[in-house]
Design a protein around this ligand. Structure first.
Ligand code: FES
Length: 102
């Protein structure tokens, strides 16, 4: 059953910088963009590289292994070679704490 798991304090997230972490045995990347926080599986659907660390520009996260680009809002592939989207996770912010639903 899905549950919200604490991921980070809000002030631990640098704007537009992917932060990788392991939560409930899953690799998760979290990024703060403006007032919003997004989370997705930190495991490229092409050849399983980590997407984090890295910088997100215009909601697009690059995989540095072979250049795939993903939309952090949907996990969708913007540019291959990845062919499948990344799972995305719901995020809630309570006070200064960020939680990810896993
Ligand atoms: S592992 Fe990410 S593009 Fe190849």
């Amino acid at each position: 059953m899905a549950e919200f798991v604490r991921a980070a304090a809000l002030n631990e997230l640098e704007p537009n910088q992917l932060k990788g972490m392991k939560l409930n045995n899953r690799y998760v990347a979290v990024v703060k963009i403006g007032e919003e926080v997004f989370a997705f599986e930190d495991n490229c659907s092409h050849a399983a590289c980590s997407i984090s660390p890295g910088e997100v520009e215009d909601y697009i996260a690059p995989c540095y292994c072979h250049g795939a680009l993903f939309d952090v809002r949907t996990g969708g592939v913007v540019q291959g070679p990845a062919g499948r989207p990344l799972p995305v996770f719901a995020v809630k912010v309570e006070g200064d704490e960020v939680f990810v639903e896993l």
